[in-house]
Ligand binder design. Structure first.
Ligand SMILES: C[S@@+](CC[C@H](N)C(=O)[O-])C[C@H]1O[C@@H](n2cnc3c(N)ncnc32)[C@H](O)[C@@H]1O
Length: 204
């Protein structure tokens, strides 16, 4: 792993993800979590202060040791009980049907094998559980989507594997989930990077 990937990228991810305008999305998604929660790709732990009393424990899964170190402090100060796991979503070290809520915020864009990860999330969710997500992805305008396809190979390289062009709703519903609610929004910024998918899904 290069110096950029090991030391620079985690700091850039933290700076990009702490933007104020993401906070209302974080509040909504995390506010709906309950019971035993698995948050996938917790990054520097920006969601951790937002978990409320309806949550009994949060398993914060993250493959990057540097980001986990940044999350450590927030985990110690969080209102909920937090257990950090150094692992990848493609192989979740938790029991089958042991989780009430899976949370992903701006993570499905980056997981290298997203269908495999979603199969793992399906495995660990209880039959009554929910997948809560807010993600950026493929824009509906054909012209913007074409630019996302063009920029994707370069962007992936500078942004730690982040894809611009994943169609998040198709990815989720093609992986054994039924999407119950889905809202799309656009943030300020380049149209290739700012189309959001926010919603809730359950097991099919
Ligand atoms: C854009 S950051 C978002 C971080 C955090 N979810 C947030 O909302 O601030 C993408 C995250 O996905 C994580 N990630 C990358 N590959 C992953 C994998 N295979 N399994 C789980 N998380 C992964 C990255 O390390 C990074 O923390």
């Amino acid at each position: 792993m290069s110096f950029y990937q090991r030391s620079v990228l985690p700091r850039l991810i933290h700076l990009a993800m702490r933007q104020e305008n993401l906070l209302p999305f974080r509040r909504r998604v995390i506010g709906a979590a309950e019971g035993r929660v698995l948050e996938v790709g917790i990054g520097s732990g920006l969601n951790l202060p937002l978990y409320g009393p309806s949550v009994s424990v949060v398993f914060g899964l993250e493959p990057s040791p540097e980001l986990l170190r940044m999350a450590d402090d927030r985990a110690a100060r969080a209102p909920a009980s937090i257990e950090l796991l150094e692992a990848s979503a493609e192989a979740v070290p938790l029991d089958t049907a042991s989780i009430d809520t899976v949370v992903t915020t701006w993570t499905l864009c980056t997981i290298p094998d997203a269908p495999r990860a979603l199969a793992e999330l399906r495995r660990v969710l209880k039959p009554t559980g929910a997948l809560l997500f807010v993600e950026h992805g493929r824009a509906p305008e054909p012209g913007v989507a074409r630019w996302q396809d063009r920029l994707d190979p370069l962007w992936r390289r500078v942004a730690g594997g982040c894809h611009l062009n994943r169609k998040i709703d198709d990815l989720i519903s093609g992986s054994g989930f039924v999407i119950g609610t889905l809202t799309n929004a656009r943030l300020r910024g380049p149209r290739t990077h700012t189309f959001l998918y926010e919603g809730r899904a359950r097991l099919a």
